[in-house]
Design a protein around this ligand. Structure first.
Ligand code: ZN
Length: 64
């Protein structure tokens, strides 16, 4: 599974690189990374299941 995020610069969903999984103050999960197309910072809200799977699969670095 590749994490995708909404890139504000490309104005479309792009795969995320250098993804890090963060936990929000409300207990949710959020992937933060960079757009593979333009390098812009992007983030994506993740469900707990998807967040843990992304970390397990090595798609995102655990940052919580
Ligand atoms: Zn972009």
């Amino acid at each position: 599974m590749t994490i995708e995020g909404r890139c504000m610069k490309c104005k479309e969903n792009k795969p995320m690189k250098d993804a890090e999984m963060h936990k929000t103050s409300r207990g949710g999960f959020m992937a933060k990374g960079k757009c593979t197309a333009c390098g812009c910072g992007m983030c994506r809200i993740m469900s707990k299941d998807n967040a843990e799977k992304a970390v397990t699969d090595g798609e995102a670095k655990k940052a919580y």
